[in-house]
Design a protein around this ligand. Structure first.
Ligand code: ZN
Length: 145
């Protein structure tokens, strides 16, 4: 897989596909309010075969000696990759990100991907983006191992 042949480290969101799939169904007693929304999201995730993709990625990474880092996906789509402000209003649409704090504009997926990468680099101590970050920036959320 080219991702791990050409890169020492690949950072991905830890999406817990199975958990999200289960939660989308809700329960009879307390059906989730966001069931419809989650179901749509799950269809997208499962449709893209995220779980299978991740397995292939990790297998290939082992072969090529690369590292796959799974990072907490919380707020990656609402966080500004330039100033780290988290604001749902910055996410203008599925495709557009425009920071309400610093005015940074980017494709929403690209902005989120930069956050995922920064979190992955921070986990493995390879971060070299410090000069682009605010001093007030909070450390990326770490998942208890
Ligand atoms: Zn910003």
């Amino acid at each position: 897989m080219q991702l791990v042949r050409n890169h020492e480290q690949v950072a991905v969101e830890d999406l817990h596909t199975r958990t999200m799939t289960a939660s989308a169904k809700g329960t009879v007693a307390a059906p989730g309010r966001n069931v419809r929304q989650k179901a749509g999201l799950n269809r997208a995730i499962l449709g893209k075969g995220w779980g299978r993709f991740l397995l292939r990625l990790e297998h290939s990474a082992r072969y090529h000696g690369a590292t796959v880092v799974k990072v907490n996906p919380a707020y990656t789509s609402q966080r500004c990759s330039r100033c780290n402000l988290v604001d749902a209003d910055s996410r203008k649409s599925q495709a557009e990100f425009a920071c309400t704090g610093c005015g940074h504009r980017d494709n929403a997926d690209v902005n989120a991907a930069k956050n995922v990468l920064a979190a992955g680099l921070a986990v493995t101590g390879r971060g070299d983006l410090a000069d682009r970050r605010s001093a007030k920036r909070q450390p990326p959320e770490r998942r208890a191992a």
